[in-house]
Design a protein around this ligand. Sequence first.
Ligand code: PHE
Length: 341
Amino acid sequence: MKELMQSLREASIKAINESDNPESIEALRVKYLGKKGELTAILRQMGKLTPEERPVMGQLANQLREEIEQAIDLRKTILSKAILEKQLESEAVDVTLPGREQPVGHKHPMYNVLDQIKDIFIGMGFEIVDGPEVELADYNFTKLNIDEGHPSRDWTDTFYFTEDGRILLRTQTSPMQVHAMETRSLPIRMIAPGRVYRKDEVDATHSPMFHQIEGMVIDKGVTMADLKATLNLVVEKIYGKGTVTRFRPHHFPFTEPSCELDIQCHKCGGKGCPTCKGEGWIEVLGAGMVHPKVLSGCGIDPDVYSGWAFGMGLERLAMGEYKITDLRLIFENDVRFLEQF
Ligand code: PHE
């Protein structure tokens, strides 16, 4: 019996140490220690022993059971550790790998210029208003004192949506003057930047879509002097102190009197160069005193209130600021161009 136990000891320890997964260890436990296991089978033969031998063999058998159990536990610990290590290894994250770069865009150069202008006007207490690009001819023309026969209403110049010419893409931001007067209480100080559309062929200085900024002030006692002072200040902030301006008489149906504002060419100081096309002056905007007819059409009494308005192209301003020579570059949105700013 002693020999049987010894060979069971050797065989079981060997098998346990050679097993390589938790399931087979469990199977070995059943095989050796289970009710029908090999150790139990040996113990069944205890009856054949003498009363003196029995306690000795019993003790040996218990010892063997403990040894087998310990071997199983040990093997299990070793195996689960190995499994964990393998898993950790296969799921490892290499923190030394370089990260994937997330490209971040930035503001379009023209919108940088727009932000700058917005800041200037916000600083003077102006409100920024937004309005429709699809507009009624009423707002784009009629309420702005532009009669039926006016050349700017021509089908060759304006994108119309309907045969009756009632709906169109706004050709200027000036309809925002009317919208503001109709929806705001007085006094009004507002600017309205946005897209406008004209049937222009595309070239280095023209595009069928471009941007304007409209500005308007309506209050009691507003005069041309306010217009000049405010716009001179804006020019100074955009182009720098000491920039020379010139208010040149002009005509717009919705302002009276009307003018255009030029700045003396900052490149040549007025002598004439490619930047100012030899003129010495660069046209910046159109402006004037809001026409009494436009005021009264919007329900404002021109005998009590007066106002001034201006309209300025945004692309040209950005082109000047960033020394961009071709308007098309602003709209193509080629990143090689945009990344320069
Ligand atoms: N809307 C005019 C244009 O597009 C500019 C302008 C605006 C002139 C406001 C006077 C007052 O040319």
